[in-house]
Design a binder for this molecule. Sequence first.
Ligand code: HEC
Length: 154
Amino acid sequence: MRQTRTVIFGLLFAATVLCLMISTSEASEDKRELVKLPPMMQEHMLANMRDHLAALDEILGELSEGNINKSVAIAEKRLGMSSLSHHGADAFAAYMPEPMQAIGTQLHHAASQFVLVAQDAELNPGKTSQHAVYKALKGITENCNACHQAYRIR
Ligand code: HEC
């Protein structure tokens, strides 16, 4: 009886290990949807992306120096709604699946939202507004992340 139980537990253990191995190998598999862009647009998009990251870095830099006005100007110009025509969003939209476009639009809204929240925090300093600024920044980065998790262009 005891032996049978040991064998059963042994089998269960082996099965669990096997399942874990399978699920980790699946996790490393690239499941992102491939969005095909003409080569020139690929270049353009990646250049925009590098500028997005540079802008985020500069926003954080200005915030850390207490330069709210400079940080919101960068956010609005390079990530916000007014950046849209700037980086040819219409041309890209034609190639992007709708949910991807929606994430892009949300990113630009989130950046414009950050502008309002950061300006408000400047007028009403305190812990609550500080947290609101962090939250608004996360509102930006969660869209970067959502799109990167779901799509690739190469
Ligand atoms: C609507 C989708 C989308 C959003 C939003 C988005 N990205 Fe990207 N990004 C992509 C895709 C697609 C790639 C290319 C991934 C691939 O094919 O490897 C990319 C690539 C990049 C790269 C690599 C550039 C290179 O030269 O290789 C950086 C850096 C980057 N994104 C930063 C950001 C940052 C920072 C944000 C947010 C502020 C952001 N992205 C928002 C879709 C998006």
